[in-house]
Design a protein around this ligand. Structure first.
Ligand code: NAD
Length: 482
């Protein structure tokens, strides 16, 4: 199978003819190629998007009325539901994720499109108080052409929340999917075109981060806003480029998110959620609950119960629908393995390990779940994102110590608190440095709930109405009539 870029509602071969192999992570076997885009391909995508906007919002896409735009997004959501199985199969093969997880991703994508479709005709400005003789109003206009750099862990969901919101606000999009996960995104652009999106509204350029991704950020390319999800290191490059070119950037970066488990918590409710929060998508989730802070009075009991649950966790190919699939590529597998080995070499104890299913290919990029205990707060395992199914557990004595541990990394994406004490829950919710705090649950991921980080986890918000506002340019119009 050979996949081209998707620009101006058509498949377009790469300018140079260069291609990138697409490997099935469950077998290590190549099964397709994608176009290896360069600056010329990116420019072509941006020009198509600019035409769709027009010079004065008179392009084929920009001149649609809000209701027409909303209807196209609703139709696209329905088409995603119709093609959900095909999209899930494509995604599972491309990324290795369990088929059921990929199906959930398709359903969440449809929900994002529906949500933002429903927002389009509720997006409006204001009239503002000002001295007599004036009427002052604000209008929310599209920003123009927006760039979307998407990672490989949840391509469909992240496409939904960033491209969905940008289209709803009336912008045209240029999307650069991750080189390890481009197939579903290419298909989505085609589905949108089949559903009536005008040429140039959605353009997908595939390729390497350092080539097609970097080209999107280059000077004078015509991008007016960038939305990036990925590593903290690349996020800094993107933020730097955005600052130099004077366009806004939403950066959704990494995390080392803590769960704080107090001795009055309902363990039957908490423990399965805590396990799922680290093994979901084989730990390749920015908001994974990768640190578990447990009050010392229940530490041994909790570790004992968790160890038994970890021992039951299995990794296998997507079709087996086990708790985990393989990691996305050989580089991620090597990275996770190296971090596990370094932790062990430093004397950090493994409390339990999962298994790799007998049916899994030895050439696949599998990594069993690992539970580490008594992890020193200053160790690599407690400070750095592993992006694999590796949980770092550590004890604390009181609330202040728990907060200090929780806030003691460079990250601040999400946090969970498990307690039956309502006042403590609220106190901690205010003290934790995070963009989302979950009390007696973890990862409430509704599309309506604004999401994003503080500190090295990034800035700006995606999801919810908040994100939609970020994709608009607010213009104030002051009229003197007396
Ligand atoms: P990455 O941040 O390098 O890649 C994410 C996206 O950015 C991809 O589309 C990539 O092509 C693009 N990109 C890379 N370099 C670029 C550049 N110079 N200019 C513009 N775009 C560029 O992530 P990765 O290398 O795939 O993974 C490395 C680590 O990143 C992982 O181990 C994990 O810790 C983290 N990660 C986090 C998330 C998240 O959701 N927070 C997602 C993916 C990876």
């Amino acid at each position: 199978m050979q996949f081209d870029h998707y620009l101006d509602n058509a498949r377009v071969a790469p300018n140079t003819g260069a291609r990138i192999e697409v490997v099935d992570p469950s077998t290590g076997e190549p099964f397709a190629t994608i176009a290896r885009g360069d600056a010329t391909d990116v420019q072509r995508a941006v020009s198509a998007a600019q035409r769709a906007m027009g010079n004065t919002l008179d392009g084929a896409w920009a001149k649609l009325s809000p209701v027409e735009r909303s209807n196209l997004l609703f139709a696209c959501a329905a088409a995603v539901s119709q093609y959900a199985d095909e999209l899930a199969q494509l995604e599972a093969r491309d990324t290795g994720k369990a088929l059921n997880t990929a199906r959930t991703d398709a359903a969440v994508l449809a929900r994002y499109l529906q949500y933002y479709a429903g927002c389009v005709d509720k997006l409006h400005g204001d009239t503002l108080p000002y001295p007599a003789g004036f009427t002052v109003l604000t209008v929310r206009e599209p920003i123009g052409v927006t760039g979307h750099i998407i990672p490989w862990n949840y391509p469909m969901q992240i496409y939904g929340r960033s491209v969905g919101a940008s289209l709803a606000a009336g912008n045209a999009c240029v999307v650069k999917p991750a080189e390890d996960a481009s197939l579903s995104i290419l298909r989505l652009a085609e589905i949108a075109a089949e559903g009536g999106f005008p040429a140039g509204a959605i353009n997908v350029v595939t390729g390497l981060g350092g080539e097609a991704g970097a080209a999107l950020l280059s000077a004078n390319r015509g991008i007016r806003h960038i939305s990036f999800t990925g590593s903290t290191v690349t996020g800094a490059l993107v933020g730097h480029a955005a600052a130099e070119r004077h366009f806004p950037a939403v950066l959704e970066l990494g995390g080392k998110s803590p769960q704080l488990l107090f001795d009055d918590a309902d363990l039957d409710q908490a423990l399965p959620v805590i396990v799922n929060a680290i093994v979901q998508n084989a730990g390749q989730t920015c908001s994974a609950g990768s640190r578990l802070l447990v009050q010392r009075t229940v530490y041994e009991r909790v570790l004992d119960r968790l160890a038994r649950q970890f021992a039951l966790l299995r990794s296998g190919p997507p079709s087996m629908n086990l708790e985990m699939g393989p990691l996305v590529n050989a580089k991620q597998q090597a990275r996770v393995r190296a971090m596990v080995e370094r932790a062990q070499a430093d004397g950090i104890r493994v409390a339990a390990r999962g298994t790799i299913a007998a049916g899994a290919s030895g050439a696949g990029y599998y990594q069993e779940a690992v539970l580490f205990r008594d992890v020193p707060p200053d160790s690599e395992l407690a400070q750095e994102e592993v992006f694999g199914p590796v949980l770092a557990a550590m004890p604390f004595d009181d609330e202040d110590a728990a907060v200090a541990l929780a806030n003691g990394t460079q990250y601040g994406l999400v946090a969970g608190v498990w307690t039956r004490d309502g006042a403590r829950a609220l106190r901690l919710a205010r003290k934790l440095q995070a963009g989302q705090v979950f009390i007696n649950n973890y990862g409430a991921g509704g599309v309506e709930l604004p999401f994003g980080g503080v500190k090295a986890s990034g800035h700006g918000r995606e999801k919810g109405f908040e994100a939609l506002l970020g994709f608009t340019a607010l213009k104030t119009i002051a009229i003197k009539h007396d």
